[in-house]
Every structure is written in structure tokens, then in C-alpha cells.
Design a protein around this ligand. Sequence first.
Ligand code: ZN
Ligand code: ZN
Length: 146
Amino acid sequence: MANENLLLDLKEFALKKIAAEKYPNDYHWIKIFRCDICGITPLRIKLEHHAGYRLGSSISNDFVGIFWGTCTKCDKKIKFFSITNEYSKTVRVEYPKCGKCGNDAFYVLECERYEGENGLKGFFDEGIVVGKCSECNTLMVIVQTD
Ligand SMILES: [Zn+2]
Ligand SMILES: [Zn+2]
């Protein structure tokens, strides 16, 4: 089983990709995606992309849909989050693979930025989900949300 130190580079990568240094007063929250049973293990990811309107984001790369992960140790399928509405439906399913070695299992974490107010956590601004290939350690952005 991995420990959190193994994911320090992935945390740094997420903070860099979300440009944390430009928002020194905001609150950045990091959540490692883990299996309830096995803890931090590589996950096989399934992205269920949904179509559907989102206010103010007609042209955007932001993820709409459901983020699934399957634990590589116990095969448990976990719904990590969903961004859907009553009009949304599945248009495409994606199984992300490492661009370097083709492996499909990643350590995954999410970084979310909240507007900071006197050190308190304010409104959600944007988020990013990143992965680290369990075979070759390549870091990649999996989805962005806002
Ligand atoms: Zn598990
Ligand atoms: Zn790889």
C-alpha cells in the first residue's frame, strides 16, 4: 500500500496546474482518492462524459459527468464524484491511459480552490483531478472542473 509521501510530487503537480501561486489568499484543498477498504492504491478510471447545459460554460473543457474509479487491489468500483443535472446523459465513456507506457492505473488526487476570506474557506472556484501512473510515475491532468 502506498503512503501519502509517495504522492508529494502529484500534489505539487496539481497545485502547479491549478496555478496556486497566483492565488495566495485562496484556500487549496487536496483530497486523495482512495478505496475504503485498501486505502491509497492505483485506480482504473472510467469517465462517463455527459452532455447537458451548464450555466455560463457553453464552450469549455470542463468535465461534466461521472468520475468512477476501480480499486486495483479489491476491484471495488467507486463513484468519486458526479457533476450532472437532470438534463444530462452519457455521450461518451473514456478510460484514461498513461501517455507514456499505456498503463491504465493511477494514483489520483483532486485539488480544489476556494476563494479565501480571512483564512476561511469561501466559495468554490475551480478544481482539477490529476493522476500518477502506477508503472512509470508519469503525472497527468485527468479532468478540470469549475
Ligand atoms: Zn480496494
Ligand atoms: Zn505510465
